[in-house]
Design a binder for this molecule. Structure first.
Ligand code: EPZ
Length: 420
């Protein structure tokens, strides 16, 4: 497996392009199932997750045309040949579970492998299944698969927690259902709003996307459209922490503050200067040490859980003690022991991590365990003394396009070493 070698190399400067949003793109690809006419996606990030999901969709009979060097996908579901999403594919990519809603919405049947847990938590799907049952689907669990079938009828679905995936699965199931579906306590993430925007452009009747109550009136069918994938707010936030850790000033091309307001407020509290420019967002380190800041992750519009690890890496160098509360996933501090190996002072107790900043970290061989933990270790290595080797970086390739090239262009010393 490949690893990445990072060396501290002083303050950063330059521009970094922000790609299309991984998590949004994956759900938009699933939504292509809902229409006989082609859905064309532009600004597609070139990531292994996109390739993995493309293969799954092709196994269902969807044609996936890759244009413009993979940055445009033409997805045509005019001739679905299967409703089975196989374990071998779903286990590699949890987002594949979001073919469930579109499949049963379009064909009245879906057999989708349960995604199983992952490093950061159990990742249950009970909200997804309860919602479909409420809409009249027959849902059975057999041999690790969800067997869902039936003609869906609009109804009221209320989530105990504003689950992103469940909101998106039920929204897709509802667009072709008979009658009106009301989703209460819906996820408000920009990714979910962007999915609704695309479905509306395809002819769906959806109101309230981005609020906690969505109203979806079923229509007879959807038509094709061309949709540009929204900027990846998590990639954006990730790279915004880079100068927070290594110093200097960078400009994130395509960055939008409105996608990350809660995060930007905390970054400014820590002392970073964030300026909106014509091309995106500039982030500047004021010099000296940042201030320690407390953070609690929360559903949008709160502080994103997907930026908690990166923020922790930044707090390892700050002046004072920062308390980080992780409220979304039950095991999302696996980057902490690795940062501690680099000399960080982090105490984890349940869903709370106390980070007391130190003057500097020392490079060390560290191991990645999930996408965001991986990148937090790379970021920390950019300000550590000596060399940091981050192993098992296949996680990174899932969510960060050309990470080494992008960081090297800012002056970082980051290189990939082919694994055995
Ligand atoms: C999406 O995961 C993202 N993934 C995650 O990004 C992100 O962290 C998460 O939303 C929260 O923003 C994709 O979009 C592919 P949830 P999802 O359903 O949909 C519990 C990354 O690094 N829950 O909002 O799985 C669940 O266990 C990834 O890019 C249930 O209990 O998140 C979790 O504790 C990581 N039952 C919480 O809700 C359910 O049926 C939030 O999950 C569904 C969820």
């Amino acid at each position: 497996m490949d690893s990445i070698i990072v060396k501290g190399n002083g303050p950063l400067s330059g521009q970094i392009p922000i790609a299309g949003a991984k998590n949004t793109c994956l759900k938009l690809m699933c939504a292509s199932i809902l229409s006989e006419e082609p859905l064309t996606l532009t600004n597609v990030p070139r990531l292994s997750d996109v390739k993995t999901l493309s293969a799954l969709l092709e196994s269902l009979g969807i044609e996936v045309g890759r244009l413009n060097d993979g940055r445009t996908l033409a997805l045509s579901a005019s001739n679905l040949t299967s409703s089975l999403a196989h374990y071998d594919m779903v286990r590699k990519l949890r987002a594949s579970f979001n073919v469930l809603g579109p499949l049963i919405g379009r064909t009245g049947e879906a057999i989708v492998s349960l995604p199983g847990g992952c490093a950061i938590g159990a990742r249950a799907v009970d909200f997804h299944l309860a919602g479909l049952e409420k809409m009249g689907a027959k849902v059975e669990l057999k041999d690790g698969y969800v067997h869902a079938s039936g003609d869906l009828v609009g109804t009221e679905v209320e989530f105990p927690f504003p689950s992103v995936g469940a909101t998106e699965n039920i929204m897709c199931a509802a667009v072709l259902a008979k009658g009106t579906t009301v989703i209460r306590n819906a996820a408000r993430e920009p990714d979910t709003q962007a999915l609704a925007d695309c479905l509306i452009a395809m002819g769906a009747d959806i109101e309230g996307a981005g609020t906690e109550t969505m109203v979806i009136r079923g229509v007879d069918g959807l038509h094709g459209t061309t949709h540009r994938v929204i900027t990846d707010r998590i990639e954006l936030g990730t790279y915004m922490t880079a100068p927070g850790i290594a110093g200097g000033e960078i400009e994130c091309i395509g960055g939008r503050r409105d996608l990350l307001e809660a995060f930007c407020v905390k970054m400014e509290e820590a002392g970073l200067e964030i300026t909106e420019t014509e091309k995106g967002l500039k982030v500047r380190h004021p010099g000296g040490r940042l201030k320690a800041v407390d953070v609690t992750t929360a559903p949008y519009p709160g502080f994103p859980t997907d930026l908690q690890a990166q923020f922790m890496a930044m707090m390892c160098f700050a002046e004072g003690t920062s308390t980080l509360e992780e409220t979304i996933f039950e095991n999302r501090f696996m980057h902490a022991p690795e940062l501690i190996r680099m000399g960080a002072n982090v105490e984890v107790s349940g869903g709370t991590a106390k980070v007391t900043g130190v003057e500097g970290l020392k490079g060390a061989p560290v191991m990645a365990t999930d996408l965001r933990a991986s990148v937090s270790l790379i970021l920390a290595g950019m300000a550590a003394e000596g060399e940091t080797q981050v192993n098992r970086v296949y996680h990174l390739d899932r969510g960060y396009e050309q990470l080494e090239e992008k960081l090297s262009a800012l002056g970082a010393t980051v290189k990939r070493v082919e694994g055995s």
